[in-house]
Design a protein around this ligand. Structure first.
Ligand SMILES: [Zn+2]
Length: 122
């Protein structure tokens, strides 16, 4: 099994409406997003020979999504939820990308350098 991972980042604001602490106050994060793909076999021929997927091909799908829904966005609005937790964002991104990125295995969102949540194939 092969696994590749590409890292992206975006700045966004949110509030966790039901939180019992300071996360209910409007605030922002410098999010880090990691996209992982797994495949058993590499591309057998052509310009992508020997790859799981061209890293540029991942960016071609992820960057437009970041621009439209995530970067400098208010996530409660763009993701249409009262609770845009890291877990929710990871699942939302996974479902947004799963048909576009064959082999998509795991989406991880870092809210801070030490706090992350992932959604992955079960
Ligand atoms: Zn937060």
């Amino acid at each position: 099994m092969f696994e590749i991972e590409k890292t992206f980042s975006f700045e966004a604001g949110h509030t966790l409406t039901h939180h019992d602490g300071k996360c209910k106050n409007p605030h922002g994060h410098s999010y880090v997003l990691k996209i992982a793909l797994r495949k058993k076999a590499l591309e057998p021929s052509g310009p992508k020979k020997g790859m799981v997927m061209d890293f540029g091909g991942i960016s071609a799908h992820v960057k437009p999504m970041i621009e439209k829904y995530l970067d400098h966005a208010w996530l409660n609005t763009t993701l249409e939820t009262e609770t845009p937790t890291a877990e929710f964002i990871a699942e939302w991104i996974f479902k947004h990308l799963e048909k576009k990125l064959p082999g998509l295995y795991k989406v991880t969102i870092f809210e801070t350098a030490t706090s992350s949540a992932s959604y992955c194939v079960s």
